[in-house]
Design a protein around this ligand. Structure first.
Ligand SMILES: C[S@@+](CC[C@H](N)C(=O)[O-])C[C@H]1O[C@@H](n2cnc3c(N)ncnc32)[C@H](O)[C@@H]1O
Length: 150
């Protein structure tokens, strides 16, 4: 799956950056599940892509780390951060292992349209659970085949 994402990384980042109705909608649905004020909270954004969700939670005051196995998307996220700093940081990492994330680091894990892309959902959920503090929460979106967007 990562190979595929590497080949379409720039296309995807441009699509999201120039405003895609579906991605805007999915972002708003996910953000609705989060506290309005995230000051003092640590957020791990799994499958962060070019940082759409990471920037939004950083804007709510959270300390945000975005991870994604697609190196080109992490480059794009970092490039956006250099031009409009939110404080979010980005790392290449696989959601199935989250090898760069310490146990119990995150108060929240966000996963916007990414859990449907991992090759082993069970491994990803186990990794998310390990990354969360006790009582921490996962907020995610996945596409539905019957969803339609104008
Ligand atoms: C539809 S994009 C969503 C990106 C971003 N969250 C957003 O809302 O724009 C799916 C993302 O899942 C990532 N992905 C693919 N395999 C993954 C894995 N094993 N672990 C974590 N993310 C993965 C892709 O690289 C891609 O960035």
């Amino acid at each position: 799956m990562t190979d595929t994402w590497d080949t379409i990384a720039d296309w995807y980042a441009d699509l999201v950056h120039h405003g895609s109705a579906m991605h805007r909608f999915a972002r708003e649905v996910l953000l609705d599940a989060l506290p309005a004020d995230m000051s003092g909270l640590r957020v791990l954004d799994v499958g962060c892509g070019e940082g759409l969700i990471s920037r939004a939670t950083a804007g709510r005051g959270a300390q945000v780390v975005g991870v994604d196995p697609t190196a080109r998307l992490i480059e794009r996220a970092r490039a956006i951060e250099r031009t409009a700093a939110t404080g979010a940081t980005y790392r290449v990492d696989d959601g199935c292992t989250l090898a760069t994330v310490a146990e119990g680091w995150a108060d929240w894990v966000t996963a916007g349209l990414s859990l449907n892309n991992v090759p082993d959902l069970g491994a990803a959920i186990a990794s998310v659970r390990r990354a969360l503090v006790s009582g921490g929460q996962l907020a995610f979106t996945v596409p539905h085949p019957k969803a339609g967007f104008a």
